[in-house]
Design a protein around this ligand. Structure first.
Ligand code: GLC
Length: 731
């Protein structure tokens, strides 16, 4: 991570630091709200929570309130990190730290840049569906460059929570339900964020989160308890973090949840034994917001001081937002509850990341770089458009209604089609309205003959007169329905994951009119789509695609882009099926028509649409699956043919099954994918090399094992439709 010279500089600095200055490095501040209203900030939050003030009133108060940037604490060397996205303010604060504090240690400036900063690209669950590793890296590289230009040198990203329960709102922020795809996503994101060391303006420190198993919250309810076996943790939730560390990830964020009874903020097993021990992550761990204080609420710590002691000793290095380290660690050291070695290890890790970032030699954002923030570079916007196009999933296209002919008059309905703020997704913090292209604007930009009718959206009533007018006046109706951005993301779990409000009634009205209907979904979570699958002839999953959403959706609807996205998460038929995912164990009674099998009386056996699923404007056929044993693995080949009438891109997927093992294993596990673009009539031999070592799994002793026996290799267009070959494997 560091050169020897850099290591020496870190040690030299550490040797000069007082205990207070060391603890200062372990303290992260964010601009706190003071003044501007007549109640303390915590009271204001309570007023919001209990409805004494509305969200709008809260926002207005917040916009007028002054902010305390803790300049005096920075000057005294008591702050190691700040949050923010304003480069001018960042330079001001950095100048205090570097030129006015005793040792001049620069701040590390952190911010949530999950799917882009100014150039907002698709939310992760959508981008993961592009199955495009190179794209994952390129979007992250754009985010890193824009971050540095805004004074941010530490991104609280990538979010790597493998999620199987779409009731959980944060499923939108992560790379879907599969550990292998999530691991490919993780490695690419780390390389994109940290990889271009040619200039300090091109890379940031990544912060893989939320470590760990936060997405396994019981009932899909955010912040809820999690419990699982060692093998489940190692086989499902740990792989993307392992891949991120292998790619060089320098920091991690401990998650809110308790895991098997121990909150991840104070979990020595996951922090010291696994992350810093087995995985050897060289950087530091930051708590999630307020995470240390919440350990008192969890019931694992007597009080703030106790929580701080437990966190530091468990391997938590930086305190986000509670001041508990700042206020209690000195006494903890004096009382012998926390050793100086623990403090020094934490501070060494923090200083090392700052050194790696070049902050000691280049602490400020150059003025000309700040000026360059005025506009989005064309190449950034181009990446956002490419990512948006590749993330769109065609779920149904009965009667080949799509692509639309430009001669046809389009009636566009659904408020989401015309709301800039709804294209950006749940974690866009620095977007500008003028940058965003709505679906309405995108269709207009594409020269479509489109008229927009404001009929209603995810909330409120539907104007059926407008719907009737739209049906009467257009040749085809394009309905954009789904979720507001606020309906997914953090603290947005839902017990009913159907399309919200009365949007289905709007769709039903169009169906009854007999007019051709194209339905475009804008949503953060996989929705329960039983009715839509059964009743809608054409269905396009467009997620929240970022600033270029409108142009991307228009390109697909008008046929300029042949959709190639696939589902990175299973789409349930009904909410009650959650958690539902493709890589499930077989059970002793796999669901079937027989009564006494694993299924529901009131729901279909399977999902609405499975992991890996997606259609194209052309068709593909698979044939000639072969498996050839090599020295240390298998060469698995298949022929894919474009059997349609236009060029298209297919994502060929390789799955495995360990049929009989010392632990029950999933019926399928993704082990590879390849995107192939084929012209009409063209066919190509696609070959995967699967090493034997990748056929194994982690057992409940935390040991990776490979076991002789029968395996099945599957190759196909998604996790259900595959050719397969049985192979006896001997290690
Ligand atoms: C939030 C989120 C985390 C984010 C942090 C800082 O509560 O859980 O993902 O990075 O706070 O904003």
């Amino acid at each position: 991570m560091l050169t020897q010279t850099q290591k020496n500089r870190v040690e030299e600095l550490l040797s000069q630091m007082t205990l207070d200055e060391k603890i200062g490095q372990m303290n992260q501040e964010s601009p706190s709200i003071v003044g501007g209203f007549d109640v303390p900030f915590p009271e204001l939050i309570e007023m919001l929570n209990d409805g004494r003030i509305t969200q709008e009133e809260f926002g207005k108060i917040m916009s007028t309130a002054e902010r305390d940037f803790h300049e005096d604490d920075i000057r005294a060397g008591l702050v190691g990190s700040m949050m923010g996205d304003d480069p001018v303010k960042a330079n001001e604060l950095q100048k205090i730290a570097v030129e006015e504090s005793r040792l001049g240690i620069p701040l590390i400036m952190g911010f949530d840049v999950i799917h882009g900063l100014r150039t907002v690209y698709p939310i992760a669950i959508a981008e993961a569906g592009s199955f495009d590793e190179n794209l994952f890296e390129r979007t992250a590289r754009v985010a890193a460059k824009e971050s540095r230009a805004h004074g941010i040198n530490w991104n609280f990203a990538p979010m790597l929570d493998v999620a199987r329960d779409s009731r959980w709102g944060r499923v939108s922020e992560g790379p879907g339900e599969d550990p292998y795809l999530a691991s490919v996503f993780a490695g690419a994101k780390i390389r994109g964020l940290q990889g271009d060391r040619s200039s300090v303006e091109n890379y940031v420190a990544a912060c893989m989160k939320h470590y760990i198993a936060y997405s396994a919250c019981e009932s899909g309810r955010d912040y809820n308890t999690t419990s699982m076996s060692v093998s489940q943790l190692y086989n499902v939730y740990l792989p993307p973090f392992r891949a991120a560390v292998e790619a060089g990830a320098l920091t991690a964020m401990a998650s809110f949840n308790d895991l098997n009874g121990v909150p991840c903020t104070v979990n020595r097993w996951t922090l010291r034994d696994i992350l810093k021990g087995s995985l050897q992550m060289p950087g530091f761990v930051v708590s999630d917001a307020n995470g240390i204080r919440e350990c008192v609420t969890h019931g694992i710590a007597e009080d703030d001081a106790d929580a701080g002691v437990q966190a530091a000793n468990a391997g938590l290095d930086m305190d986000m937002g509670t001041h508990i380290f700042r206020d209690h660690l000195r006494k903890a050291v004096e009382d012998g509850k926390v050793s100086m070695d623990v403090i020094d290890d934490a501070v060494r890790r923090i200083l090392s990341v700052k050194m790696w970032l070049g902050l000691f030699d280049h602490p400020y954002v150059p003025e000309e770089t700040i000026r360059s923030n005025a506009v989005i570079p064309d190449e950034h916007r181009a990446v956002a458009l490419e990512a948006a196009k590749k993330s769109i999933v065609l779920l149904k296209n009965e009667g080949q209604v799509l692509p639309l002919d430009r001669s046809r008059k389009i009636s566009l309905i659904g408020n989401l089609a015309d709301m800039s703020e709804e294209v950006i997704g749940a974690w866009a913090m620095s977007w500008k309205r003028e940058d965003c292209v709505t679906i309405r604007s995108g269709l207009e930009n594409a020269g479509a003959n489109v008229t927009y009718y404001p009929c209603g959206g995810p909330e409120g009533e539907i104007d059926f007169a407008q719907v009737e007018k739209a049906c009467r006046e257009g040749d085809v109706v394009v309905a954009v329905v789904g979720e507001l951005v606020s309906m997914s993301g953090e603290a947005s779990s839902k017990a009913d994951t159907r399309i919200p409000g009365k949007q289905r009634e709007m769709l039903q009205a169009v169906l009854e009119s007999g007019k051709p209907l194209v339905t475009v979904l804008m949503n953060g979570r996989p929705l329960a789509l039983k009715w839509e699958k059964e009743n809608l002839p054409v269905l396009v999953e467009a997620w929240h695609l970022g600033i270029e959403m409108g142009n991307a959706v228009a390109a697909v609807l008008m046929g300029d882009e042949n959709p190639g996205g696939r589902l990175a998460s299973t789409m349930p038929a009904m909410t009650g099926q959650c958690p539902i995912y493709y890589n499930h164990p077989n059970t002793g009674r796999p669901g079937s028509k027989s009564k006494f099998t694993s299924k529901y009386l009131d729901a279909p056996l399977g999902p609405a649409f499975p992991f890996g699923y997606g259609l194209s404007y052309t068709t593909f056929a698979y044939s000639g699956l072969t498996v050839e044993e090599l020295e240390d693995g298998y060469q698995i080949g298949v022929t894919v043919k474009n059997t349609g009438d236009r060029t298209g891109t297919e994502t060929v997927q390789l799955y495995m099954q360990d049929v009989t093992a010392s632990l029950v294993r999933p019926v399928r596990e993704l082990r590879g994918f390849r995107k192939v673009t084929l012209e009409a009539g063209e066919e190509q031999r696609v070959v995967f090399l699967l090493q034997k070592k990748n056929l194994g799994f982690w057992n409940n002793q935390g040991t990776y094992v490979t076991e002789d026996g029968l395996y099945v290799f599957y190759v196909g267009a998604n996790s259900e439709d595959c050719l397969c070959e049985r192979v006896m494997v001997k290690f």
